[in-house]
Design a protein around this ligand. Structure first.
Ligand code: ADP
Ligand code: MG
Length: 398
């Protein structure tokens, strides 16, 4: 896939109607936005369009209304918050691409901002229905995709609309694509990838793809125990995907055939099954080949953390997806903290993807020391798998 995509700066927007897909899928509680982070993240693109005299038509989904007009998933609250942040009126359409939206879009003046209703109010959205794509496109002259979090979905408002309009990236998508695209296509070496999290099965394709690209692959978290089993060790009550043991063996062989250093835990923190995500837990550290039958591995041990951190130290590019342990519990967060610290201390380009890993970096206070924390969990994972993301593939190449 070509990662060299045109952005809003590469196209004339003045006087044009610009349909801009944002990720306004904000968390809410009882009709109130609990975090406006995603709205704030969209501001640079929206401000650029306003300042360059575009007629701005914003759209997004919120939640999963599945084609039903659920009032609690209306984007009206987003329009209100956005209006406060921009310090100007945000015109709210009563529908997605219906009569009201079309009339309001036609009446926009240069620099005006309007927001369409929740795109998933229309059944066709998630089916990438050409009729909806055409309706959306009919309101605008240019399409801007600034929603990386949904870039792995081929929906009408994320990709389909680009069949009918010149399409470019907004600043958020541009940042994701240029940093992650460069890391995968043309990384500065040594290139180290760290994978963790709960399940091997979720990340099979990522492991396989990264082995084609990296110099060192580090595996921790719950998925490491299936690798431990592949090494011939018993893993007690730890997470284990027996059906993937052979796959792990294959990956170990592939790594050695390619000369990729594959680093697996040498010790781990064990405790009573099941691992609690809060509350106190009695733990001890054991060698990876000495996990007691009745205990569960819940974090990487100190020796492992030191080996992993050392591999990060000399890296020039680091990609991290998936925590090293059950980091939600402070007692079991040490391995994850050690990795976050290693990334923070490194001069490398450091990229964190994956919803829980991003949350871990933020909660643990390392976010501002990481080069880039991806705004899209699922999208960044598919990116690492080497898959083509429809919401990016549809944008014009430079
Ligand atoms: P991401 O969202 O960053 O891609 P995942 O969703 O794959 O990460 O995995 C995150 C989850 O993995 C966390 O909830 C964490 O508690 C869990 N986890 C990490 N290590 C272990 C382990 N050793 N045993 C059980 N669960 C684990
Ligand atoms: Mg997750």
């Amino acid at each position: 896939m070509n990662y060299n995509k045109k952005s809003i700066e590469d196209i004339e927007v003045a006087g044009k109607r610009v349909l801009c897909r944002c990720d306004f899928n904000v968390p809410t509680k009882a009709g109130v936005i609990t975090s406006d982070k995603r709205i704030v993240a969209a501001l640079p693109t929206i401000k650029y369009l306003v300042e360059h005299n575009a007629k701005v038509i914003l759209c997004s989904h919120m939640g999963k209304p599945k084609g039903e007009w659920k009032p609690e998933l209306s984007l009206k609250i987003v329009a209100a918050r956005l209006s406060e942040l921009l310090g100007k009126e945000v015109i709210m359409a009563a529908d997605v691409a219906g009569e009201d939206a079309k009339a309001k879009a036609a009446a926009l003046k240069d620099g005006d901002v309007m927001l369409l209703e929740n795109t998933r109010y229309i059944k066709g959205e998630t089916k990438n229905d050409p009729e909806l794509s055409r309706d959306l496109a009919s309101m605008a002259d240019i399409f801007v995709n600034d929603a990386f979090g949904t870039a792995h979905r081929a929906h009408s408002s994320t990709a389909g609309v680009a069949d009918y309009l010149p399409a470019v990236s907004g600043y958020l998508v541009q940042k994701e694509v240029s940093i992650m695209g460069k890391a995968l296509a043309n990384p500065e070496r040594p290139f180290v990838a760290i994978l963790g999290g709960a399940k091997v099965a979720d990340k099979l394709n990522v492991i396989n793809n990264l082995l084609e690209k990296v110099d060192t692959l580090i595996i921790g978290g719950g998925m490491a125990y299936t690798f431990a089993a592949a090494q011939g060790y018993t893993v007690g009550k730890s997470l284990l995907d027996e059906s993937k043991i052979d796959y792990c063996k294959e990956m170990m062989e592939k790594a050695s055939a390619k000369g990729v250093k594959l680093l697996l835990p040498v010790d781990c923190v064990v405790g009573n099954f099941p691992s609690p995500i809060d509350g106190s837990v009695d733990v001890k550290t054991v060698a990876i080949n000495e996990i007691p039958d009745d205990l569960e591995g819940m974090d990487i041990g100190e020796k492992t953390a030191a080996i992993f951190a050392d591999a990060v130290k000399n890296a020039k590019t680091v990609v991290w997806n998936g925590p090293m342990g059950v980091f939600e519990n402070p007692t079991l967060a040490k391995g994850t903290i050690a990795m976050a610290q290693a990334l923070a201390d490194s001069d490398a380009v450091t990229i964190v993807g994956g919803g829980d890993s991003a949350a871990a970096c933020e909660q643990l206070g390392f976010a501002d020391k990481i080069t880039h924390i991806s705004t899209g969990g699922g999208a960044s994972l598919e990116f690492l798998e080497g898959l083509e993301l429809p919401g990016i593939a549809c944008l014009q190449d430079k």
